[in-house]
Design a protein around this ligand. Structure first.
Ligand SMILES: [Zn+2]
Ligand SMILES: [Zn+2]
Ligand SMILES: [Zn+2]
Length: 102
């Protein structure tokens, strides 16, 4: 397993889910399988196992790179750019001034 190389952790915001289901599927009445929440804006979209794949479409339309699972009991995240899994501790929004020691 490769080490995490996500360079987008500074784009994580302390968001909360904007909807209780996939935002687009709720409008069209489509079903979904699992839910993913964008950590840049709180958009909730359906996963790639769902027919509409709205979470991935959200990334392509907004370039928001990081989402996390919105399933109960799941706390992992995913960066669409590097395609790496992110641990829960990495998904905390961090202050802009936090710099690694030189
Ligand atoms: Zn990344
Ligand atoms: Zn959807
Ligand atoms: Zn977003």
């Amino acid at each position: 397993m490769a080490t995490n190389t996500c360079s987008h952790l500074d784009q994580i915001r302390p968001v909360s889910a904007r909807t209780h289901g996939c935002e687009e599927c709720l409008k069209t009445g489509d079903p979904w399988v699992h839910l993913r929440m964008c950590l840049a804006c709180g958009h909730v979209g359906c996963c790639d196992s769902s027919k509409n794949k709205h979470a991935t479409k959200h990334f392509h339309s907004t370039k928001h790179p990081i989402m996390r699972s919105a399933q109960p009991g799941e706390s992992w995240g995913w960066c669409y750019v590097e395609q790496v899994m992110l641990a829960p501790a990495e998904l905390e929004a961090r202050p802009a001034e936090s710099q690694p020691p030189a």
